[in-house]
Design a protein around this ligand. Sequence first.
Ligand SMILES: [Fe+2]
Length: 311
Amino acid sequence: MARIIAGVSSSHVPAIGAAIDNKQTEEPYWKRVFAGFEKSKEWMAQAKPDVVILIYNDHASAFSVEMVPTFALGCAAEFPPADEGWGPRPVPVVKGHPQLAAHIAQSVILDEFDITVVNKMEVDHGLTVPMNLLFGSPKEWPCPVIPVAVNVVLYPPPTGHRCFMLGRAIRKAVESYPEDLRVVVFGTGGMSHQISGPRAGLINSKFDKAFLDNLTKDPKKLTRIQHLEYMREAGAEGIEMVMWLVMRGALEDKVDEVYRFYTVPASNTAVGHIILEPHRRAAKKAAGKAKKPAGKMKRAAARAKVDRISS
Ligand SMILES: [Fe+2]
């Protein structure tokens, strides 16, 4: 049986991708940002997922305003990087997992979650930047990725509650897949930011940090945040945070927060990042035996001590 071993959320600021592509990661401004993901890459190297399900939004790269699906599931064998105006990013082609994706499509649609099936799609920075942050810059991505695009660019986006319930439906789908796959779910976007208008540059660290706290402890409280509250408190593009709730819905109610990073700014955006694992006691019970924690990050989780970096 496939199972979800962790949830990861991260901002997907396009300027981070540009900093990687233009070899600026060692410059002081960017070093601060990338330093916050060093432990995450160590964690990911130990986690070694078989598949990533990556929740992100397309920024008019694959879907123009002529046709914007609320939820779109990438079922193709591969997803080339999109040309966002400067040529495609020099990152590997994303390999999909058509079998698991088709299974998810069948499961969630028959579960009355009418997701759009996409058999051809290019992927933009919303997907490729978090991949870089968690996997670095390899020649090939180390595992298949199933993209799930959520509309947060054209009103109305889905509610946070609907996103959370999509996560629940995805978990049910994954857990009914017969092959023994270890799956990590990414939620991307955010945190607070507004890229145009009189409030351009808005960053609300208090709102962001409370969101991170509740993502771990009380996600159902977050599902009650209305669109206008996101816009008022976190800026027009802060609505991207509903995508983090898909990731959170895919996890159990109780989770262990094993890592958190928050920094301001990157470009004109607050960068937030969190790694959540199923609550250890529940995971042990499910496995029927206690496993020895492996590596520094797992030991940290065992001590229930969250590693947090903020700058
Ligand atoms: Fe975005």
